[in-house]
Design a protein around this ligand. Structure first.
Ligand code: SF4
Length: 91
């Protein structure tokens, strides 16, 4: 069984100004809509992306990006495929 974190990404859509920095730091889980606002993949943040998710919190200029604990009993939503993103470090 694969280890997974128990946090999900939450974006305050009222506060978000669409700067898009969260998507730059976490393209595996966030893409931007046509207006530059984030579309977040549902579900928990994989363990390997937690550090990037924490960085996204730090760089959000309006504090709209946060991580929320997911109760252990909560069912995991089905993943929604986003567009392919190059692996980190790949050029
Ligand atoms: S970094 Fe913050 S303000 Fe910018 S798109 Fe992400 S949540 Fe919105």
């Amino acid at each position: 069984m694969t280890s997974r974190s128990s946090v999900s990404i939450q974006v305050d859509r009222i506060r978000c100004d669409g700067y898009g920095m969260c998507a730059e730091l976490l393209p595996e889980m966030i893409e931007l809509d046509d207006w530059g606002y984030p579309i977040v993949r549902p579900g928990t943040v994989p363990d390997g992306l937690l550090e990037h998710a924490r960085r996204a919190i730090e760089v959000c200029p309006v504090l709209a990006f946060r991580l929320q604990a997911v109760p252990e009993s909560a069912p995991a939503p089905a993943p929604i495929p986003l567009r392919a993103v190059p692996a980190r470090g790949a050029h």
